[in-house]
Design a protein around this ligand. Structure first.
Ligand code: G3H
Ligand code: 13P
Ligand code: ZN
Length: 311
C-alpha cells in the first residue's frame, strides 16, 4: 500500500475514541522497530521526521527506508514532517513525498502564526497534503504556577477556534501541560483536562494533537543509569493520563523520548554485559527489539492496537 495521508486515520480515531501514535524516526533500526510493532499490533501508524532527523539521515534515505517499510506491512502509514519551522521546509517535504506536514509557529505572535500557517496550508492543500499547526507553548510546568501564568502559555480555547477557522489547518497541536523531553514536570504531573474539553467543545469533530507525550518510564531511566548513564530523576506524563486524552478529541499523540530511553538503556546494557563485542549488529539489534516492544506498549495505551482489520 502506498503512503496515506492522515485524513481517514483521524476520522476513524475521532469516531473510535482512540489516538494514532506518531513516532520519530532517525535511522533504519528505529524505522524497523516501530513498523514491526504497528504490523504486529495491527495499528495505523504515523512515522514522523524532525528537521534535525531529516538533516541527519537525509531526505533520500528517509524516503527509501519508509518505502521499504511499506513493503513489509499492510497497515496504513503516513509520513509526517514534525515541527516544520519554515514554509521552505514544508514545501520541500510536500514536494519530496511526505503525506502530512506540521508548521510550528507556536513561538510567534498570534497573527504571525496565522499568516505562516495559512501560507503552508495553501501550498500543502494544493498538493492534497494535510497540515498540523500549533497554538500555545509546550513549557515545562512547575506545580506552583498560577492560573494567570498557565493562561499565558497554555492554548486558549477561543483562540484555538479562531486559529483553525482562519488558517484552514487540518489538525492542531495544543498545550495543556505536556512538554518535550525527559524533564516535563517539577512537581506532580498534571494535564489540564478541563481546558482540553473546552477546546473540544469549540472544535467538534476536529483532530487535536498532543506533543511531548512520553511517560519517561522510571525503569528505563534506572536502566540507563545502572550502566553508566547520568540522567537525573525525571517525570513524564503518566500513561493513564495519555490513555484518557486519547479517548477525547486528541487523535494524534507524539512520542519520542520514551523510544530514545529504551534504545539507549539497551545499548548501554549491551556494552556493559559484552565489553568484548564490537559488532554493531549485536547492540543495534537488541535496541531495535526494545523500540518494537516500547511501541507495542504505546499502541495499547493509545487504543489504536487492533484497529486495522486483516484482509
Ligand atoms: O519534538 C521533537 C522530537 O523529539 C524530535 O527531536 O529535533 O531532536 O529530532 P529532534
Ligand atoms: P517527547 O520526546 O517528549 O515524547 O515528545 C515528542 C514530540 O512531541 C515530537 O514532536
Ligand atoms: Zn513535538
Amino acid at each position: 500500500m502506498p503512503l496515506v495521508t492522515t485524513h481517514q486515520m483521524f476520522k476513524d480515531a475521532y469516531e473510535g475514541h482512540y489516538a494514532i501514535g506518531a513516532f520519530n524516526i532517525n535511522n533504519m533500526e528505529i524505522v524497523q522497530g516501530i513498523v514491526e510493532a504497528a504490523h504486529e499490533e495491527r495499528a495505523p501508524l504515523i512515522l514522523q521526521v524532525s528537521k534535525g532527523a531529516r538533516k541527519y539521515a537525509r531526505h533520500e534515505f528517509i524516503m527509501k527506508l519508509v518505502e521499504a517499510a511499506l513493503e513489509i506491512t499492510d497497515v496504513p502509514i503516513a509520513l509526517h514532517l514534525d515541527h516544520g519551522d519554515s514554509f521552505e521546509l514544508v514545501k520541500a517535504c510536500v514536494d519530496g513525498g511526505f503525506t502530512s506536514v506540521m508548521i510550528d509557529g507556536s513561538h510567534l505572535p498570534f497573527e504571525e502564526n496565522v499568516a505562516l500557517t495559512k501560507r503552508c496550508v495553501e501550498y500543502a492543500h494544493s498538493h492534497g497534503i494535510p497540515v498540523e499547526a500549533e497554538l500555545g507553548r509546550l513549557a515545562g510546568i512547575e506545580e506552583h504556577v498560577s492560573v494567570a501564568e498557565r493562561d499565558a502559555v497554555f492554548t486558549d480555547p477561543d483562540q484555538a477556534a479562531e486559529f483553525v477557522e482562519r488558517t484552514g489547518c487540518d489538525s492542531l497541536a495544543i498545550a495543556i501541560g505536556t512538554s518535550h523531553g525527559a524533564y516535563k514536570f517539577k512537581g506532580e504531573p498534571k494535564l489540564d483536562f478541563e481546558r482540553l474539553h473546552e477546546i473540544e467543545k469549540r472544535l467538534p469533530g476536529f483532530p487535536l494533537v498532543l506533543h511531548g507525550a512520553s511517560s519517561v518510564l522510571q525503569e528505563f531511566v534506572e536502566e540507563c543509569n545502572k550502566y553508566g548513564g547520568n540522567l537525573p530523576g525525571a517525570k513524564g506524563v503518566p500513561e493513564e493520563m495519555i490513555k484518557e486524552a486519547a479517548k477525547s478529541g486528541v487523535c494524534k499523540v507524539n512520542i519520542d523520548t520514551d523510544l530514545r530511553l529504551a534504545m539507549t538503556a539497551t545499548i548501554r546494557r549491551e556494552f556493559h554485559e559484552h565489553p568484548e563485542n564490537f559488532d554493531p549488529r549485536k547492540y543495534l539489534g537488541p535496541a531495535r527489539d526494545a523500540i518494537r516492544e516500547m511501541v507495542r506498549r504505546k499502541l495499547h495505551v493509545l487504543g489504536c492496537a487492533g484497529k486495522v482489520k486483516s484482509e
